[in-house]
Design a protein around this ligand. Structure first.
Ligand code: ADE
Length: 276
């Protein structure tokens, strides 16, 4: 996979050479191109922003350097061939569609991604319009808060995407077993719609706290039931929005035991309403 990143802070992406992603890049499984947007400016001050038409606070990133940057990056990587459908341009912005595990999986299947990191009040709107006439473009947000720029969002998305690439995680199953919210309902995973419960490792007793004994029992059915209970409790505690959808959207209908656990966790649900 090839990932190009256009930014005014190339140094922000030092972490891409660290850890699992760094190793995948060293192996050649992922090729990163980090490009300084100011390289496509032509004035003494290497200006990338200007005040907004129509007034208002802040600054807007100028279209000319972005246009040239996207033209060059597209040509540079395209020249190496082998990128069939061409690049997918991803523009991080708080106004984008919510980035989820589903996006990560979809992006991980792309041969070539370009990320365009905006700063200030964003990039002149014509840049995305122009890019849409040349390539596929998606605007995504990593959460309902406003960052100073797209750079941290790109680091977050890159990590979520790259850990799904074959060979990046040590244990191939770790990524396959990822369950997140309702993202993978189609997979039929019985844990879809839930967040995961806690995990434990040695020592069996730490500061007088014991690992739940069932996890040491070797009884796989009992362990699976315990894990489901723990996932239900944590989902109830932290993600009531997901609990509300379980009745109608969970791939496996909630059983009486599930309803009991949810009820004890403060979701007194009527079995007739919840189980389908
Ligand atoms: N840029 C600024 N805030 C952002 C957010 N929440 N997600 C993605 N890009 C951003």
């Amino acid at each position: 996979m090839r990932i190009d990143i256009i930014t005014i802070f190339p140094e922000y992406f030092g972490p891409l050479s660290v850890s699992l992603i760094g190793k995948a890049a060293a192996r050649g499984d992922i090729t990163f191109g980090v490009h300084d947007l100011r390289g496509w400016t032509h004035d003494l001050h290497r200006t990338v922003d200007d005040s907004p038409f129509g007034g208002g606070p802040g600054m807007v990133m100028k279209p000319e350097p972005w246009g040239e940057a996207l033209d060059s990056v597209q040509a540079l990587a395209g020249g190496r061939g082998g990128f069939g459908a061409g690049p997918l341009l991803v523009i991080p912005t708080p106004a984008g569609a919510p980035f989820s595990q589903l996006h990560a999986a979809r992006y991980a299947a792309e041969p070539w991604l370009i990320f365009a990191c905006g700063r200030y009040e964003g990039i002149d709107g014509r840049v995305a319009d122009e890019a849409r006439s040349l390539m596929r473009v998606e605007e995504v947000s990593i959460g309902d808060y406003v960052l100073a720029g797209g750079e941290p969002a790109v680091l977050v998305m890159t990590e979520a995407i790259c850990r799904l690439l074959p060979g990046v995680l040590g244990n191939a199953e770790s990524a396959a077993n990822d369950s997140f919210g309702f993202g993978d309902v189609e997979s039929g995973d019985p844990m879809a719609g839930l967040v995961e419960g806690p995990s434990y490792t040695r020592p069996r007793v730490w500061r007088d706290r014991e690992v739940p004994p069932v996890l040491l029992s070797g009884d796989h059915a009992a362990i699976a039931r315990w894990r489901r209970d723990a996932a239900l409790r944590r989902t109830a505690q932290n993600r009531p929005d997901l609990v509300a959808r379980l009745a109608t959207e969970a791939p496996v209908p909630l059983d009486r035991h599930d309803l009991q656990v949810l009820s004890e966790a403060g979701f007194p649900v009527d079995g007739k309403d919840m189980a389908h």
